[in-house]
Write a protein that binds this ligand. Structure first.
Ligand SMILES: *Cc1c(COP(=O)(O)O)cnc(C)c1O
Length: 378
């Protein structure tokens, strides 16, 4: 095909709306979840965790929605590339980079008015060499053993705090390892350790709680919350129920491509891993592992169609999966019909339980092939 025969890109917008599976992102729900989270915590400040493209929901739509409609003024991303992208969408907001700063990054931080989370003595020294006057955060590791000053490094710093004098520290933070396990002794231990550290920074806001930490209660809230999962409608504290007012934000719907009738002992899909125990009606749906619907759902996923919860049968393929729609209430299901794979009925919690994937992995694993629909804020 020569280039002048090629179909112009613009005609993509004229494609029939039912030719792809869809991912619907409920912006009002994200905004309301954020507001609900703040209400749960006596309205103290909350920064939005929007790393990994806002947990897969689209940072360019979600961050401005939170800024303009929920009054969110602070955002955290993981790396510099995410921060630069975010800056275009929330020009006035405070943006923290969790990974911190590395040599060669300094002009980008300055040009985009970004704040590093300083995680090591090396990062702190580097920031000082740059002048240190621009705002930054300090991260102390109190038990997760991931990023942040180790207890030894923390002690050294607090005993000889001169290196801090030149800095403009706008936040001290730490991160909980086991906040989703309400009774885990590490929670209290980390809270105590962090409390001690905060005493050395009396005028500086402090932040400890991610979503699960927020649900641990007031003593974990300090001055700034850092919700991620809960804002996107996930439940960080299973088996506890979701707090009142938190609702799902993402819905994935596929469509039936073909329906087939199977006789007893016929099998479905690659590897023939599912065998019909008797005569069965099977719907082939246009969502597969290339969309992020992983093979962890083989023979165990569930879908919701016409008010009935139905099982995924056989292995998930790259572009499709099979559902057993033999239930007599589903005799009218036809080609083209929509099927919920994630949403109000097949919740993140449920999908996670079925697949052994974490709710975080399911959300951030959602791929680009879906037609994206944003429910606007009116
Ligand atoms: C990702 C992250 C959060 C948010 O965690 P959720 O469990 O999604 O609320 C908070 N703090 C830090 C440091 C993080 O990396």
């Amino acid at each position: 095909m020569t280039s002048d025969m090629m179909i112009p890109e613009a005609t993509i917008w004229e494609l029939p709306s039912d030719c792809q599976a869809s991912l619907t992102i409920d912006l009002p729900a994200i905004v309301e979840n954020y507001q609900t989270i703040r209400r749960l915590a006596n309205d103290i400040e909350a920064a939005a965790m929007v790393k990994a493209d806002a947990y897969g929901t689209g940072i360019e739509r979600v961050a401005p929605a939170l800024y303009h409609h929920a009054g969110c003024r602070q955002f955290f991303v993981a790396n510099l590339a995410e921060a630069v992208k975010l800056r275009r969408h929330v020009p006035q907001a405070v943006i923290y980079v969790l990974n911190g700063i590395f040599p060669g990054h300094e002009t980008v931080f300055r040009d985009h008015d970004l704040r590093p989370v300083l995680n090591t003595p090396e990062q702190l020294a580097f920031w000082r060499e740059l002048g240190g006057g621009a705002p930054c955060a300090l991260h102390f590791d109190t038990g997760i053993n991931r990023l942040g000053f180790s207890p030894e490094q923390t002690e050294r710093l607090l005993n000889t705090p001169e290196p801090l004098n030149a800095l403009t520290i706008r936040l001290v933070m730490s991160h909980l390892a086991c906040a989703d396990m309400t009774d885990h002794p590490l929670n209290e231990k980390q809270r105590h350790a962090f409390h001690k550290i905060c005493e050395a920074f009396p005028d500086c806001p402090a932040s400890l709680a991610n979503s699960a930490g927020i649900l641990l209660g007031r003593s974990y809230h300090f001055d700034l919350l850092r919700p991620g999962l809960l804002m996107f409608g996930g439940n960080p504290a299973i088996p506890a129920p979701l707090p009142e007012g938190i609702r799902p934000t993402c819905t994935i719907t596929g469509r039936v491509l073909q329906i087939r009738q199977l006789e007893k002992n016929m099998t479905v899909g690659y590897g023939a891993t599912w065998t019909a125990p008797n005569s069965r009606r099977i719907a082939i749906v246009n969502v597969g592992y290339a969309d992020g619907y992983l093979q962890k759902f083989n023979n165990t996923g569930r879908a919701f169609i016409d008010g009935v919860d139905v099982p995924v049968v056989g292995r998930v393929s790259m572009d499709m999966l099979a559902l057993d729609i033999s239930d007599e209430k589903l005799s009218t299901v036809k080609v083209g019909q929509e099927v919920e794979l994630l949403g109000p009925h097949i919740t993140l919690e449920k999908a996670s339980e079925l697949s052994n994937l974490s709710q975080y992995e399911i959300l951030t694993g959602v791929r680009e092939r879906y037609q994206r629909i944003y429910i606007p804020i009116d």
